[in-house]
Design a protein around this ligand. Structure first.
Ligand SMILES: O=C(CO)[C@@H](O)[C@H](O)COP(=O)(O)O
Ligand SMILES: [Fe+2]
Length: 229
């Protein structure tokens, strides 16, 4: 698969109807989602609990695009094979989740997935500098992880630093948290190419009325690709 530098919108199903994931995934893909973002939380690394490998495997049956799994768990390594087996395309682990992220990223690739590394807002870009040859994606958190619907924390300078560090390597920069048509241009202008959005995509719509999902995705994409440098 050639490296895609265009802006991609990855709706987070954390904001979907938890009783209807299959139809929600179908609806957002039909409405223009590029990737599907799945937030895995363990109630330990973050103060919230969501899904594990069996649920992710069930989502896979509905995902036709790219399944982007964001692990907010510690430890990570014992679960890597289960997420590969569940059909994950991109598996992202936090650099704060353990002392051996280098080994974790190697194991993710060895299991046949693309490897991502995420940074909390308080973690500097330099924390992942030594990992850039092992990563396909760097996820810059623009909220403290654990919940959808939080206010965007401006990490524009970190994104710019990372894009310069990455240079010509084929590494995506994903932004996660508080992405809206107002905040998207800031981070895309700084070098991000993947925008996770939960509340801003799902607001106003439902599986029986999915048109607002498409309107919301288009509004973010339009704002993000109309740059004001
Ligand atoms: O990883 C997380 C939160 O920890 C995210 O993926 C959120 O689910 C994004 O939600 P919004 O901030 O877009 O509502
Ligand atoms: Fe996420």
């Amino acid at each position: 698969m050639p490296f895609d530098r265009n802006v991609k919108i990855a709706p987070s199903i954390l904001s979907a109807d938890f009783a209807d994931f299959g139809r929600e995934i179908q609806a957002i893909e039909a409405q223009g989602a590029d990737w599907i973002h799945v937030d895995v939380m363990d109630g330990h690394f973050v103060p919230n609990l969501t899904f594990g490998p069996p649920a992710v495997k069930a989502f896979r049956k509905h995902v036709k695009t790219v399944m982007d799994v964001h692990l907010m768990i510690a430890p990570v390594d014992p679960y890597i094979d289960a997420y590969a087996e569940a059909g994950t395309d991109i598996l992202t682990a936090h650099v704060e989740a353990g002392p051996h992220t280098h080994r974790t990223l190697q194991a993710i690739r060895a299991a046949g997935m693309k490897a991502g590394v995420a940074l909390n807002p308080g973690t500097p870009a330099q924390a992942v500098e030594h990992l850039l040859d092992l990563a396909d994606l760097v996820c810059v958190m623009t909220v403290n992880p654990g919940f959808g619907g939080q206010k965007f924390i401006d990490m524009t300078d970190k994104v710019r630093t990372l894009r310069a560090m990455i240079g010509d390597r084929p590494v995506h920069i994903e932004i996660d948290g508080g992405v809206t048509p107002e905040t998207a241009p800031l981070v895309v202008n700084a070098g991000a190419d993947v925008l996770v959005a939960g509340s801003a995509v799902f607001k106003g719509g439902s599986v029986d009325n999915p048109t607002p999902y498409g309107d919301n995705i288009r509004a973010i994409r339009m704002a993000a690709t109309t740059l004001t440098a």
